[in-house]
Design a protein around this ligand. Structure first.
Ligand code: BMA
Length: 335
């Protein structure tokens, strides 16, 4: 009797659609240092305690010994509000059914509320600083901000930029005696890239400098900061996004980098490979296909780094790693 798949002594190619017993199956999960949570997505519009269209791009922080997400929720009237969700284990979240009563800053008091979205949260000197995108008609997108101690009462800060700017996040400590932020001025070719700016008082900003991001096929357009930078002995660790066009869409990718502790405009290690691309159904199908977008990560007590991200501008997802894994991954790029 001849061996299966062998005809006249020659091994035949398996027919399309048939599997070869024992053959290794290719799996996307082994691609990089960031592993998707197996029960993704962790929050969908259907799981919200009210009817809505999308829940995505949450800022994240440790709060009261649990994880707090500041969700971007799009209603069925397509207006956007911030909502709070909390969790003890960082996976199962309870959503407060009332939106945050978010304050108007000076510009909004004169011209009406901006469309506010994509909050990043930074704990600095006992206060939480929220930096977010603020789209104010007819000018476009600028950086809005507020502070809070309890995620109930918020104090507005003046808008921190002129249009066109977004994807801003405050560093969790002053650098050389100044507040420091990453952002993405976008009225430039490729819709902008990541810059660092400084301020003595969180109102007046300057000394702006672009980062020397690597050149890679996925870093074509819209490179923007993602999570609040994490201090490590080797540098500021950042997970950021960038996009590249395909024939059918503008695809989003996440990358990791280390920035110099004293001068974050100097990227000291940044692999040319992305750490996550939109591949799963919950990342590829939805309001905006092929989008993965992080605005926050939280280091859990067991050392796991939970990276929260929006999938296709529709739902919240989770990917996990550790700070050390990402640092080692970045440093390999320098070797
Ligand atoms: C960006 C932001 C994000 C959004 C992304 C993809 O410009 O508006 O909030 O997730 O586009 O649509």
């Amino acid at each position: 009797m001849s061996e299966a798949g062998v005809v006249n002594g020659r091994r035949q190619s398996p027919a399309v659609g048939t599997s070869t017993p024992g053959a290794k199956k290719r799996t996307f999960e082994t691609r990089g240092p960031l592993k998707r949570y197996e029960h993704n997505p962790i929050l969908t519009p259907e799981q919200m305690p009210f009817r809505c269209y999308a829940v995505f791009n949450a800022g994240a922080t440790m709060f009261n010994e649990g994880v707090l997400l500041m969700l971007r929720v799009e209603g069925c009237d397509r207006t956007t509000s911030f909502y709070i969700a909390t969790s003890e284990d960082g996976v199962d979240f309870d959503v407060n059914p009332k939106p945050i009563d978010y304050p108007l800053c000076t510009t909004e008091k004169r011209y009406g509320p901006a469309h506010r979205f994509d909050a990043r949260i930074t704990l600095l000197d006992g206060k939480y600083y929220i930096f977010h995108a603020a789209w104010l008609e007819p000018w476009g997108c600028m950086i809005g901000a507020a502070t809070t101690k309890d995620f109930v009462h918020f104090e507005p800060l003046p808008h921190l930029s002129e249009p066109s700017n977004r994807n801003a996040v405050l560093f969790p400590e002053k650098i050389n005696g100044l507040y420091a932020r990453l952002d993405r001025p976008q009225n430039v070719p490729n819709y902008g890239s990541i810059w660092v700016s400084y301020s003595p008082d969180l109102e007046f900003w300057g000394r702006s400098m672009p980062l020397n991001l690597p050149q890679a096929g996925w870093i074509r357009n819209k490179a923007g900061a993602g999570i609040t930078p994490i201090r490590t002995p080797q540098g500021w660790l950042e997970i950021y996004h960038a996009t590249a066009p395909t024939c059918s869409s503008e695809n989003y990718y996440l990358g990791a980098m280390l920035m110099d502790l004293k001068d974050p405009s100097k990227v000291i290690a940044a692999p040319k490979d992305f750490i996550l691309a939109a591949e799963k159904d919950y990342e590829c199908v939805g309001q905006t296909p092929n989008v993965i977008f992080t605005a926050g990560a939280v280091e859990m007590s067991d050392g796991t780094l939970n990276v929260y991200y929006g999938g296709a501008d529709t739902r919240m997802c989770l990917a996990q790693t550790t700070v050390q894994t990402l640092v080692d991954y970045c440093l390999q790029a320098r070797a």
